[in-house]
Design a protein around this ligand. Structure first.
Ligand SMILES: Nc1nc2c(c(=O)[nH]1)N[C@H]1C(S)=C(S)[C@@H](COP(=O)(O)OP(=O)(O)OC[C@H]3O[C@@H](n4cnc5c(=O)[nH]c(N)nc54)[C@H](O)[C@@H]3O)O[C@H]1N2
Ligand SMILES: Nc1nc2c(c(=O)[nH]1)N[C@H]1C(S)=C(S)[C@@H](COP(=O)(O)OP(=O)(O)OC[C@H]3O[C@@H](n4cnc5c(=O)[nH]c(N)nc54)[C@H](O)[C@@H]3O)O[C@H]1N2
Ligand code: SF4
Ligand SMILES: [Mo]
Length: 758
């Protein structure tokens, strides 16, 4: 901990911080020194004790040191001994402000005649139980649902999943990772036979080419961006390629920037593969040993795959992409010929109607060039939420999944889980439940009648929002929240006050298969309870006390840890004791003396036979699959009537629906209110200027908002973030989704704009 205490005597008040930065976003990869600053700005009194923890927010999963003064969080700084080496971002550094907010929801509330009335836990839980029981007996298990979150702890998601699927016999368990990681998860599973990435963050320190596509890492994964910048500083051969319609802060630092038009990346990736084949840049040795080709229905040969690629010659697709053939060739050559290429992508790829195909093809680029299974050479899908990987993907808390990569639809998988959970054969229903959008759609259609919503704010974050709100209005909703004034809380029939972050204990799993623990450092505010305690109590009241027999997160972890033994996720060696001591451990980790696995599918991975260098053990023959995936234009395309693309996303200082970060004055000030952001050229064409009020119309509806202008945007593309609840951009965002992952496309909506007369 010595390292962590070095800077203790340097302090800056928040006011000083704002003065210094002019209130704007100050921190980012461009200013390497900026990171030091974030360690200094939090000062709420003397620290009595330091505790290692994990940041609450994003999938980077930064290790943080929390300075406590009795039960008050007074200081946050990056943990020098964690993978992020002390670097954290502006949101993480201000966690104390959220923890110390006085306006938390402190008691349960029940809606009576349209108004919330304070209630006891007993009253709230009794009513909740009655409603679920009534719906189950009158309308069956399809009429109830659980809508969870990649921000719940592993023990919480695991418990909800087990309770609903093996106890209440409803597979209607889904959550916000469906809006976020589903395409990456399905993409990995199809390519490698198993979800979760083969590589790790440490590959950043070895890569020579970074291929960032649909990722604004500068704003959304700042410490990883910082790490990329450090790598570039250390090695002059390092090249950064960024593919993004918007000239983001990430794109600004690229060596090669491809401003591709929204929605068309499939043509680009196939074109890159085509160039690689034409220029003999394929790694035929790697291919012959470890790769199969498939057209989606059957195995094909390498020659047939090459034939498929011929339609994507750069000259054929460049116009459609808004690029030149030369740019495509340059990027393909750089990707294939560099010593080690690492791809990083996020929502610009996952949240797309072709999200799974895009993920498949990104994996394929690595497989056909042999840019995989070596230090620095790997595909790495960056995770969004702090616990989307560990909490939801790994525990199988989505409507089609069971724990550790098992599928509801596969009978042997159901039988296995029934044995492990000690429930009679046939308990788990064979039909997958409703995915996120379908669950709310079925509320509109009155099929799903009662649901528990935990740690997520769908009334603000679902696309085509007005439609799904109809369902929230109709159904009986129990909402577990930390604040009362969220958009979703408005639709609650019962509001349950949830404990937040260090008011409870549990495990988070981030992007690189690393599990880390958050320990409880103070009591919940008011009468708030952890989501874990709420779920265990609910299970008992529903007569499922035998199934959910554990009482503490530790007991739950031990059950789940042992269950993992019979899967290729095996993390049975990651005990609570180790988590408390170590800075996270990467699975597979089959025994307590195992150090964890940094890179999968190569020597050192416990599942790779000792006589093999590379082995894709998710597949029966040990070979990964390269799919020939066509580019299919989406329905949301520009036309005379809708001449602009709307794309949506994030800014560095705000977290999703803003319920936490928009309450922190410095972060609110830094982001400003939600706006439609135009490129100056479009502002000229559409005759709008900063501050104008406009109406935006899409296929899903209309909304009004204020104009901002920025050189970071691209002509033809309007950007909007979704943190401001007074600017509900999801009212106009399309809810078209990928047919395989069911992940909605928040990135491509065709719109027209009209000035509103004052
Ligand atoms: N500051 C901050 N950080 C966060 C979060 C947050 O709320 N705030 N949330 C976390 C979560 S849950 C997530 S999922 C991640 C998201 O992290 P990112 O995916 O990096 O963030 P986004 O802003 O959603 O979108 C990324 C980029 O995709 C680009 N894009 C849009 N359309 C296309 C396209 O057709 N093709 C390509 N190639 N690119 C396109 C956008 O211009 C944008 O720059 O961030 C995590 N980190
Ligand atoms: N337009 C547009 N919309 C998007 C996206 C986009 O790119 N564009 N991205 C999508 C993606 S990738 C994501 S991940 C989603 C995120 O969407 P959401 O999950 O809906 O957004 P959050 O604001 O993270 O919601 C978390 C909620 O949980 C509450 N909360 C915090 N901690 C706790 C806790 O410990 N327990 C409980 N019970 N509650 C707690 C918070 O107050 C907040 O209301 O948004 C999606 N929506
Ligand atoms: S990058 Fe993500 S995990 Fe790290 S401090 Fe920022 S919000 Fe927290
Ligand atoms: Mo996300």
């Amino acid at each position: 901990m010595d390292n962590n205490n070095k800077k203790e005597n340097l302090r800056l008040s928040r006011r000083d911080f704002l003065k210094l930065t002019g209130g704007t976003v100050a921190v980012g990869g461009a200013a390497l020194s900026g990171w030091g600053l974030t360690e200094l700005i939090v000062d709420e009194g003397p620290v009595k004790s330091w505790h290692k923890s994990v940041c609450r927010y994003c999938g980077t999963g930064c290790g943080v040191m929390l300075g406590m003064n009795k039960d008050k969080l007074v200081r946050v700084r990056g943990d020098q001994e964690a993978h992020n080496k002390g670097v954290i971002c502006i949101k993480g550094s201000m966690l104390d402000s959220v923890m110390n907010n006085p306006n938390r929801l402190k008691t349960p509330k029940i809606k009576k005649n349209g108004k919330f009335v304070e209630a006891s836990w007993e009253e709230a839980m009794t009513l909740m139980t009655e409603k679920f029981k009534e719906s189950l007996s009158q309308n069956g298990p399809e009429s109830i649902g659980f809508y969870g979150s990649g921000q719940l702890l592993i023990e919480e998601s695991y418990t909800a999943n087990k309770l609903f699927k093996a106890g209440l016999r409803s597979n209607n368990v889904d959550g916000n990772p469906r809006l976020c990681m589903a395409s990456a998860a399905v993409g990995y599973t199809q390519t490698f036979g198993k979800d979760e990435p083969p590589g790790a963050y440490v590959d950043i320190d070895h890569a020579e080419t970074f291929f960032l596509i649909g990722s604004n890492a500068y704003e959304c994964h700042p410490p990883l961006w910082e790490r990329i910048m450090m790598r570039k500083k250390a090695n002059k051969n390092v090249k950064i390629i960024v593919v993004d319609p918007r000239k983001t802060k990430t794109a600004e630092h690229a060596d090669i920037y491809l401003p591709v038009l929204p929605g068309k990346d499939m043509a680009l990736l196939n074109s890159m593969c085509c160039v690689m084949a034409e220029l003999n840049l394929l790694d035929e040795d790697f291919i012959s040993k470890y790769v199969n080709f498939n057209d989606g229905k059957k195995k094909i040969s390498l020659e047939e795959y090459k034939d498929f690629l011929k339609d994507y010659r750069p000259e054929k697709v460049a116009d459609e992409l808004g690029l030149t053939p030369r740019e495509i060739r340059e990027v393909a050559y750089q990707f294939a010929s560099s010593k080690a290429t690492m791809s990083l992508w996020t929502m610009g790829i996952n949240q797309r109607v072709q999200g799974v195909y895009l993920n498949n093809t990104l994996n394929s680029l690595h497989l056909i060039t042999g840019q995989i299974c070596r230090p620095g050479a790997t595909p790495l899908s960056l995770t969004g939420q702090s616990n989307a990987c560990g909490g939801v993907r790994d525990t199988g808390s989505l409507s089609h999944l069971l724990p550790n990569g098992r599928l509801i639809a596969k009978e042997p998988h159901r039988r296995e889980m029934e044995k492990l959970w000690n429930v009679p054969e046939g308990t788990i229903a064979p039909k997958p439940g409703f995915h996120a959008l379908a669950m709310f759609d079925e509320m509109v259609k009155d099929k799903v009648k009662v649901a528990l919503i935990m740690c997520t704010n769908p009334a603000q974050t679902l696309p085509n929002n007005r439609y799904y709100r109809e369902g929230m209005e109709k159904a009986f909703l129990v909402v577990s929240e930390i604040f009362e004034d969220t958009e979703t809380a408005k639709f609650a029939d019962i509001l349950l006050p949830a404990a937040l972050y260090i008011e409870k204990e549990g495990v988070y799993g981030q992007t690189e298969r690393r599990y880390q623990i958050i320990e409880k450092l103070r009591e919940p505010v008011g009468e708030a309870r952890s989501d874990f305690d709420i779920l265990v109590d609910f299970a008992n009241r529903m007569g499922q006390g035998k199934l959910i027999s554990y009482k503490t997160p530790t007991e739950c972890w031990d059950e789940y840890r042992i269950i993992s033994k019979s899967s290729k996720y095996d993390f049975s060696g990651i005990t609570r004791e180790r988590l408390k001591k170590e800075r996270g451990i990467q699975w597979p980790c089959p025994s307590v003396d195992h150090p964890g696995t940094v890179r999968r599918y190569i020597k050192g991975d416990p599942f790779v036979p000792s006589d093999k260098k590379v082995y894709f053990y998710g597949k029966p023959d040990g070979r990964a699959t390269v799919f020939a995936r066509p580019y299919i234009p989406g329905k949301e395309n520009i036309s005379k009537e809708k001449p602009l693309f709307l794309t949506t996303g994030r800014v560095i200082s705000q977290w999703h629906s803003g319920t936490m970060t928009y309450r922190v004055p410095e972060l609110k000030h830094s982001a400003g209110p939600g706006r439609f952001v135009f490129h100056p050229q479009d502002a000229g064409i559409y005759k709008v200027k900063k501050g104008d009020r406009i109406e935006v119309e899409s296929s899903r509806g209309k909304m009004e908002g204020i104009v901002a202008i920025s050189e970071h945007e691209t002509p033809g593309v309007v950007f909007a973030a979704f943190y401001d609840k007074t600017f509900l951009i999801n009212n106009v965002v399309s809810d078209d989704y990928d047919p395989y992952s069911k992940e909605p496309d928040y990135k491509v909506t065709a719109i027209n704009v009209k000035k509103v007369n004052a």
